[in-house]
Design a protein around this ligand. Structure first.
Ligand SMILES: NC(=O)c1ccc[n+]([C@@H]2O[C@H](COP(=O)([O-])OP(=O)(O)OC[C@H]3O[C@@H](n4cnc5c(N)ncnc54)[C@H](OP(=O)(O)O)[C@@H]3O)[C@@H](O)[C@H]2O)c1
Length: 405
């Protein structure tokens, strides 16, 4: 193992999510983990350090200053990145992580940016055994670990492959300015076509011929399994791509989910008014999409929504919650049910728990990770962290359950 000054560096530590990662790591780890905080503004980082009441080093580098980024990345075994939009601030960091063999996690949901990382870095990181794992926040850990748990349960406990999984989300919480900025940046770069490709993140040889079966749902529908109305889940365009990449990577390593596999996501509404609420969500998404394309409406929208650097109140974040229910079908007709759930705003409290525990898997539990020391590449939470992350999340109070129906 390479000698480094730190086990984990938190980059972007003065951002809205970044500040919460500092608090989480400070409360969660003792002296066994050597960590530091990093970002572009020393003054802001000093304030975070004082606010949390910790005595850790501060490392400073603007994301565009490749020399300064190299100096940070070369000093740590693991880099946890929360500075986004990642398409604007993430390239030099991942590039340095690949060159210095520094393992990496982040909370991006920007699939076009992840596609670029795969094209530029997968081969080298795979050759070197460097684990680069984007999408370790609410996008896409529940989806990826949920699907993984159901598939492996069907295989190990019931002796069957899994043919199909449906995930149903219910949630309460707020929105961060940084999240909106990342979405708008994808729109401004003209990348919506990439976003709509169901197999954007798959190796080309793993894309099935029956692609239409995997297209994103677009309208509200009655769901017989749940006996209520559902809408397309707005983060499904990220999560389904990660689950499909996991499916393809495991297949390549002879740890297959099965050849005939599909995964979709929905937002679930309990009665009363389930049908109406599903229709309102779909209609609102279409209206917002339309308004963004008209400059005066976009300016109006932007002025009313949270700005970069801000997010929900402490009360909203503490009172938030999420439930991701999963149903899986086995190749011989068996059915299994899964649940991933926690208290706290999904985009903040849960995201912070997901990404910090992911970084700690790499820093503390590396020898137990799936695939051994040689596994590397642009990975997913399930392929890069798997059961070790499941265990850590359970220890951190999250519900992750699977059972036969
Ligand atoms: N996966 C999920 O569920 C999830 C949830 C929440 C957020 N996110 C994503 O996480 C990202 C951050 O969200 P947030 O709410 O924390 O946003 P934020 O508060 O706006 O934070 C942005 C961070 O980027 C840093 N930054 C800006 N320009 C930089 C530069 N040139 N060099 C280096 N750093 C720079 C900022 O530094 P300063 O502090 O110095 O300004 C800040 O630390 C967004 O991309 C968002 O979409 C994902």
């Amino acid at each position: 193992m390479r000698e480094t000054t730190y086990d984990v560096v938190l980059y972007g530590a003065s951002g809205f999510v970044g500040r919460q990662t500092v608090r989480y790591i400070a409360e969660r780890v003792g002296d066994e983990v050597r960590w530091a905080i990093a970002g572009r503004d020393r003054g802001k980082l000093e304030s975070v350090r004082a606010e949390v009441g910790i005595d850790v080093d501060i490392l400073v580098a603007d994301s565009q200053d490749r020399g300064a980024i190299d100096a940070i990345v070369s000093q740590t075994r693991v880099l946890l990145n929360t500075a986004g939009p990642f398409a604007l601030y993430g390239d030099a960091i991942v590039d340095a992580c690949v060159r210095y063999h520094t393992h990496y996690v982040d909370i991006t949901g920007e699939t076009p940016w992840v596609k670029g990382l795969i094209d530029r870095h997968h081969l080298q990181a795979a050759t070197d055994g460097t684990r680069i794992i984007p999408c370790c926040g609410f996008d896409s850990v529940p989806a990826d670990l949920g699907a993984y748990l159901l598939v492996r349960y069907l295989q190990r406990e019931l002796g069957n492959n899994c043919t199909h999984i449906k995930a149903y989300y219910q949630l309460a919480g707020g929105v961060n300015g940084g999240t909106l900025a990342s979405g708008l940046n994808i729109y401004d770069r003209g990348e919506l076509d990439l976003v709509s490709n169901p197999f954007l993140l798959n190796p080309p040889e793993s894309v099935p011929t029956d692609i239409d079966r995997h297209r994103d749902p677009t309208s509200p529908q009655y769901d017989a399994e749940m006996d209520t109305w559902v809408a397309p889940f707005y983060m499904g365009v990220v999560n389904t791509r990660i689950v499909r990449r996991t499916w393809a990577l495991f297949d390549r390593w002879q740890e297959s989910y099965g050849t005939d596999f599909s995964y979709q996501e929905y937002l679930k509404f309990d009665p009363p008014w389930a049908r109406l609420r599903a229709a309102v969500v779909v209609g609102s998404m279409a209206l917002i999409g339309g308004a963004i394309a008209i400059p005066p409406l976009r300016s109006l929208l932007e002025s009313t929504l949270p700005q970069v650097g801000s997010g929900p109140t402490e009360q909203t974040m503490n009172e938030g919650w999420f439930r991701c229910e999963l149903l899986g079908w086995g190749s011989q007709g068996q059915r299994v049910r899964g649940l991933i759930a926690d208290v706290g705003d999904p985009g903040n409290r849960a995201t912070v728990k997901f990404v910090c525990e992911s970084a700690l898997c790499l820093a503390v539990d590396f020898d137990r990770l799936p695939g051994g020391a040689q596994r590397g590449g642009i990975l997913t939470p399930a392929t890069g962290l798997g059961d070790v992350l499941v265990e850590r999340l359970k220890q951190a109070g999250m519900r992750l359950e699977v059972e036969t129906i």
